[in-house]
Design a protein around this ligand. Structure first.
Ligand code: EPU
Length: 348
């Protein structure tokens, strides 16, 4: 294990914000994880696990304990008829894994193209886009259990996957370090084309798009929304969606309907969202007086998507938090709905 001190965390995140980690280890193997955990335990240091850094906001003070970056690599695969099983190291880059699956003609993750971050981070918030979620193909998650100091395999039921949730960010937050993820994909399966954006992209086409055409389409759509990390595009210096799409109760929905009527507005409704009783957080933000491209000092709202808060250059974490609070307060005032942040806030 290579122990480093006072390491800047900002360059390891897509927002490029945050202070230093007092101690830092990049774990290339399970043994490094065990050694790092033992070090933190001996020194009584708080532990924070970093993946690809695409879904975190690190405080300006940084992290007072040990930041452990999971760099475990390797992709093994085996097959049984048309089911291909991929066992993937947590430190592998998610989009490179998707590219590999698509190039091998394996269906199941093509809609999750262009999502930044590491493979090991994806089960934590059950990453999803365009109708697919990692929970649909994950068959096992290999973890280091900090409670028992043992490595174990968790099946999907153990993971308690929900919309942007799992046991890893709810009930047992901080207990498990993800070491690897097993996905089962379908060789030769058709692409998933449930979402309106994707269907529109292919409208007028007779033959079913291939997996790689679907991957390209998703990447292009994401790029138009600033949700694809594109060097030189200031709108992509973000943590993706900063708020979850709220899931409403019947009573909340009633109230929302009342308020929209008073304002002569209509909440956009999509089958894919309404099936899960979700409404568009981006729409709520835009209809609370915030426009895309809203600027506040060094931070702002992406000019391409109302849900992405961006670092326009030289921003601090406290500026992002102030903007987050301002949006949450205004949306609650106007719509009676409290938006929940989606990224993990670290060191606050
Ligand atoms: N909309 C607006 N203003 C905007 C953008 C969107 O009003 O600036 C409305 C539109 O009506 C639009 C609808 O919201 O049609 C849905 O927007 P979009 O398709 O962009 O999806 P989203 O619900 O905002 C979710 C995920 C994204 C994922 C996309 C695509 C969450 C919080 N976000 O966004 O995931 O890529 O769907 O499936 O669930 C992420 O989690 O970080 C993330 C980027």
């Amino acid at each position: 294990m290579k122990l480093q001190e006072n390491i800047a965390l900002a360059p390891l995140t897509t927002l490029r914000i945050g202070g230093d980690a007092r101690f830092f280890v990049r774990a290339e193997a399970v043994e490094d994880v065990e050694a790092a955990v033992a070090f933190a335990h001996d020194k009584n240091l708080p532990l924070f696990v970093l993946g690809g850094g695409s879904n975190v906001l690190i405080s300006d003070k940084g992290w007072p304990g040990l930041a452990l970056q999971i760099g475990i690599s390797g992709i093994d695969h085996s097959h049984e008829r048309e089911t291909i099983r991929f066992v993937v190291g947590a430190g592998e880059e998610w989009d490179a894994f998707v590219a590999l699956c698509v190039s091998r003609n394996c269906a199941g993750v093509e809609c999750l193209s262009g999502i930044p971050g590491s493979v090991g981070a994806t089960p934590v918030q059950n990453v999803g886009a365009y109708g697919q979620e990692v929970s649909q193909t994950i068959t096992s998650v290999q973890v280091f259990d900090l409670a028992t100091k043992q490595v174990r395999e968790m099946n999907p039921e153990d993971c308690e996957f929900g919309y942007r949730t799992s046991i890893f960010n709810t009930r047992e937050r901080g207990r498990y370090i993800i070491l690897g993820v097993t996905h089962e994909l379908r060789h030769g399966g058709p692409p998933s084309l449930q979402y309106a954006d994707l269907r529109n992209y292919f409208s007028g086409r007779k033959e079913t798009p291939t997996l790689s055409e679907t991957r390209e389409a998703v990447r292009k759509i994401r790029a138009t929304k600033g949700m694809l990390i594109t060097p030189g595009d200031p709108d992509s210096q973000s943590a993706g969606s900063f708020f979850k799409n709220p899931v409403l109760t019947a009573a909340q929905f009633e109230q929302l309907a009342q308020r929209t009527k008073e304002r002569n507005l209509q909440v956009p409704s999509f089958t894919a969202l309404s099936q899960q009783k979700k409404i568009s957080a981006a729409w709520l933000v835009e209809n609370s007086g915030f426009a895309k491209g809203y600027v506040k000092g060094h931070v702002g709202i992406s000019s391409k998507h109302a849900l992405a808060l961006v670092n326009r250059g030289g921003a601090s974490a406290s500026e992002i938090v102030a903007l987050k609070n301002e949006i949450q307060e205004r949306v609650e005032q106007v719509w009676g709905i409290k938006l929940e942040p989606e990224p993990v806030l670290v060191g606050f």
